[in-house]
Design a protein around this ligand. Structure first.
Ligand SMILES: Nc1nc2c(ncn2[C@@H]2O[C@H](COP(=O)(O)OP(=O)(O)OP(=O)(O)O)[C@@H](O)[C@H]2O)c(=O)[nH]1
Length: 948
């Protein structure tokens, strides 16, 4: 010891030789170089001095800590100077030091850094690192010191702050960290990830002041501190140096060095700072490492930071406070029921939830403000599988509603359409109710002819059509447009009657099903030579259920075997009692073939209408009505027969019929004559729509073309969603398993769209050549040239196909639709990539092949009998690894004596462990009673085998 040399003492104190030389010099000891020897008394004094400084530093550091972050920062600054100047650090080298060094290196951008780097890397002992630092120091000046900070190396080492690898050290940011954290917080295990201290952030609270809280941040803190400590300029520089965002590693080193640079200045500077500084800072610095100096102050904070951490506080003040909203969310979260492993907020059972038909889980999720994925899980727990964007049916939503406590109300298509129209300020019901009686005018009845097959419906309609009962009406009806109007002389007036030209109750009912209630009166045709037949009865039922009055046409009375009275008698059974029999139903004997009594029949219709119905409508409003028929004509485009129910339809009107829309370009009546307007009950052919509506779709006139289009688009979207909901292939978990067994889902359906036909064909050829065995089929259900369209997506939805787009993209809004429906569209510009993806997908669809893989064996050395745990096999692992929960079998003398066992428990000493490796002893619980010493436990697991 007598020969203790300066560099050795410096190492011991954790500071650089140069620093120590300075301290010696400051204290009147003149020593030539680092290799010079010093006497024991001088060494002791140096230890005291350096030690004192470090403790000062600590104190000072601590104080600041309490202060607000800002204050801390300042404090740090103040200190810094001191520290900075003195590079001194406490000597405790030790391993830790090295780390700091390392950090320093990284950051290095800072000046010193470079040199340091090499050193630091050496893990070794702090000493080396220390050394290196000195090196740096030179540049910056001494300060670097930081390493060891305080006292013993030991400490240093432990300091979490210094541990570059520590994620959460409780200390504040680097700066702090750097530190010195003097007291190694208990929680400061450098290697610990979660030490209870706050994470870096945590420090922020504290650290902030210094610099950033975090590790990396160390930089700021340090800097500033250093800067001030040293000279401002330097500070500036340092910053730059540090500039680099630090990462944990850098911290200590950097600052130190950087500071070191400044440090010198610092040192010199204010004695005050230094004062303590001298070493106070020093120590701090020590901890931090060189740079630490300044931080010393921070270190303190850091310490606190850690402390907080130790107590589990999250750190910054900010964190402490939670907004009301956050607390509420947390509360709800805690009180949410756990279904299928996820928490979903519950309704109280009567919470109404309106869902449109065809909605998806994502829509439902949006309404109850929850993640769609959670609902997917909940639904799965109910045995249903669906993607978040898939349209679901009413049953599924109701089941989900019951599970989650919501009163799910599926909005009917009618309600939905009403709401849709209301969004455009169109309220059909209100229009009707608000119409003043004075605005109403009589309108013709609309008649549908029904009856059994071959009883003469068509013939009767034909006869009526050709009845020229009103003078002046010439030429007859030449066009079949789905409906026609005839005029009848009735009680001195010329009255019109509109006939729907599609006979039969099927059409009548189909229209009713679409909400079209166009028929006012039904003519029931019954052949007098035949009688009431099944479809006669059906027709009666349909008409009566629609509350439509009936006029009976007893047909074919020209036939010799006809018996009209029999018909009257038969129909009384169906509540159709002829007037002559005391009832209120008009029966007219007619012959369609002979066109006999047609006028009487028409008169009966009018009488019935007048007696039972009040047929009035306001002709002076926008037209509303029904599309009776529609077709696409090659020359004229969409041709729609519209039956106006109220209002007046005019050429030029913006019309919406179901999902079709357009401006009325021209109108024609049943005589083929062009008309410019059509009033209530008037059927006209309309040209001008952009697409073809369905028979029975209602139509209305919109204020303008744009509104018409928007209504049509929205209806189309709603309709698609509803259709998809119906079509959805619902596969429950149970069915899914079944489907798998039956290989139903082993077909990969593809739709290929490309920019040129050559590419599409080439891709199709190549895909068809992919061979992955018989288990999986590849089917290209559609291919085409051009953009990906809605039809492609619809097809993909129905057939669960994937769309491959080769150099093409979806048309407008189609991508969005695909998203909504969960259809995958993959884009390629290289055929090979598409083929590769498809091949992989097909392989992925193959049922996995599993194989048994041995995991390890253990030999039973002793059997422990426990009433609580059963028999425990005290074993030694002979090969591989024994893992808890793995499959096991018991082998005795080379013979398997027990199969299908499981490693139920696994212990090392008294600890439960998940695995034990070869050569170690352990206690294994197999759940088997018959185990003996010398038995071999073989463990294995089933692993999926990769296909070639
Ligand atoms: N003698 C006679 N035959 C008639 C009369 N009305 C219809 N027929 C004949 O009855 C057959 C059926 O007539 P349709 O008018 O086609 O009967 P429908 O009810 O329209 O038959 P579907 O279209 O099959 O439902 C035809 O051969 C007609 O010529 C009639 O008043 N007297």
């Amino acid at each position: 010891m007598a020969k203790l040399r300066v560099h050795e003492l410096a190492k011991e104190l954790g500071i650089s030789s140069k620093e120590l030389l300075q301290v010696l010099k400051d204290n009147g000891e003149f020593v030539k170089s680092a290799s010079s020897s010093i006497e024991a008394p001088v060494a002791r004094r140096m230890r005291d001095i350096v030690g004192a400084k470090s403790s000062d530093a600590k104190k000072s550091e601590k104080k600041p800590a309490p202060a607000s972050s800002a204050k801390q920062a300042e404090a740090g600054t103040g200190e810094v100077p001191k520290a900075a100047p003195k590079p001194k650090r406490a000597p405790k080298p030790s391993a830790q030091t090295p780390k700091p060094a390392a950090k320093a290196e990284k950051k290095p951008e800072s000046k010193p850094g470079n040199k340091a780097e090499s050193a630091p890397k050496k893990p070794a002992p702090a000493a080396p690192s220390a050394t290196p630092k000195p090196a740096k120091a030179p540049k910056a000046t001494p300060k670097p010191v930081s390493k060891p900070k305080s006292p013993t190396p030991g400490e240093a080492a432990p300091r979490p702050g210094n541990n570059p690898f520590a994620q959460s050290q409780g200390m504040p940011r680097p700066g702090g960290t750097g530190g010195p954290r003097p007291g190694p917080r208990p929680g400061n295990n450098p290697f610990a990830q979660n030490q209870g201290m706050p994470r870096p952030g945590g420090r922020s609270g504290q650290g902030r002041p210094g610099g950033r809280p975090g590790q990396g941040q160390g930089r700021p803190s340090a800097r500033p501190a250093g800067a001030r400590g040293g000279n401002p300029a330097a500070a500036g520089e340092e910053r730059r140096g540090s500039g680099p965002r630090p990462n944990p590693n850098m911290m200590p080193g950097q600052s130190p060095q950087a500071r070191a640079g400044d440090a010198p200045a610092g040192k010199g500077r204010p004695g005050g700072g230094r004062g303590r500084g001298g070493f106070g800072g020093g120590p701090g610095g020590g901890q931090n490492g060189p740079g630490g100096g300044p931080r010393g102050g921070f270190a303190g904070r850091g310490g606190r930071g850690s402390t907080q951490g130790a107590f589990g506080r999250s750190g910054g003040p900010r964190r402490g406070k939670k907004s009301k909203r956050a607390r509420k969310a947390e509360f709800e979260e805690q009180n949410a029921p756990l279904i299928g492993g996820v928490k979903v907020p519950r309704g109280d059972g009567s919470t109404p939830l309106r869902i449109r038909s065809g909605a998806s889980l994502a829509d439902f999720a949006e309404k109850i403000n929850v993640n769609p994925a959670a609902l997917v899980t909940v639904l799965m727990s109910l045995g249903e599988m669906a993607t978040a964007t898939q349209s679901l049916d009413q049953e599924t939503f109701e089941a989900l509603g019951i599970e989650l406590g919501y009163d799910v109300q599926i909005v009917s298509p009618e309600d939905e359409d009403r709401e849709l129209l209301e969004s455009f300020d169109i309220d059909l019901e209100a229009e009707e109710l608000e119409t003043d009686d004075s605005e109403l005018q009589s309108r013709p009845p609309v008649v549908t002819v029904m009856g059994h097959v071959d009883h003469g419906k068509t013939k009767l309609l034909d006869a009526i059509r050709h009845t020229d009962v009103v003078a002046g009406e010439s030429g007859g009806i030449t066009q079949h447009i789905g409906a026609y109007q005839v005029r009848v002389a009735h009680e001195g007036d010329s009255r019109a009657i509109t006939f729907i030209d599609t006979p039969g109750h099927e059409a009548f009912t189909a229209m009713r099903a679409r909400g079209a209630k166009v028929t006012d009166i039904a003519i029931l045709v019954v052949a007098a030579d035949d009688g009431v037949m099944p479809q006669t009865v059906e027709a009666i039922n349909h008409a009566q259920s629609a509350n439509v009055p009936i006029v009976v046409a007893v047909n074919k009375v020209d036939k010799p075997d006809s018996n009209p009275d029999k018909i009257r008698a038969q129909l009384t059974e169906y509540n159709l009692v002829a007037e002559e029999y005391g009832g209120d139903v008009m029966f007219v004997d007619v012959s369609a073939k002979e066109r006999m009594n047609i006028d009487k029949l028409l008169e009966a219709v009018l009488l019935t209408a007048d007696a039972e119905l009040e047929l009035k409508a306001n002709p002076d409003s926008d037209a509303r009505g029904v599309a009776i028929e529609a077709n696409l004509d090659k020359g004229r485009g969409s041709v729609v027969t519209a039956l106006v129910e109220r209002g007046t339809l005019r050429v030029g009107d913006a019309m919406v019929a179901g999902q079709a829309y357009g401006r009325v370009r021209a109108m024609f009546d049943e005589h083929g004559k062009s008309v410019t307007e059509a009033g209530p009950a008037r059927p006209v052919q309309v040209l001008g729509l952009t697409s073809v509506p369905r028979a029975g779709d209602s139509f209305l006139i919109a204020p303008d073309d744009r509104t018409a289009r928007q209504i049509a688009d929205k209806r189309a979207a709603a309709e698609r969603a509803a259709q998809l909901a119906k079509r959805r292939k619902r596969i429950s978990l149970e069915d899914f398993d079944e489907a798998l067994k039956q290989g139903k889902v082993d077909t990969l359906n593809l739709i290929i769209k490309g920019d040129v036909s050559g590419a599409v064909e080439a891709l199709e050829d190549s895909l068809n050549k992919i061979d992955v065995g018989e288990e999986v089929q590849l089917r290209i259900i559609h291919r085409g040239v051009g953009a990906i369209t809605q039809n492609d997506v619809n097809l993909a939805t129905v057939d669960n196909a994937i769309i491959l787009g080769f150099n093409v993209r979806p048309a407008e809004r189609v991508g969005e639709m695909a998203d909504r429906e969960g259809v995958e569209i993959k884009y390629y510009s290289v055929i090979y990539s598409a083929i590769e993806d498809v091949e992989n997908a097909m392989k992925g669809m193959l049922k996995p092949i599993y194989e048994e893989v041995a995991l390890g064996t253990a030999e039973i050395r002793q059997v422990f009998r426990s009433s609580k745990f059963g028999n425990i096999a005290g074993s030694i692992v002979r090969s591989g690894t024994i893992r808890r929960n793995s499959h096991a079998r018991l082998v005795r003398d080379g013979v398997v004596v027990a199969e299908n066992l499981k490693i139920e428990s696994l212990r090392r000493e008294k600890d439960d462990v998940t695995e034990v490796r070869e050569g170690f002893e352990c206690g294994i619980g197999l759940g088997a009673k018959d185990i003996k010493e010398g038995d071999i436990i073989e463990t294995w697991e089933m692993r999926e085998k990769a296909r070639d």
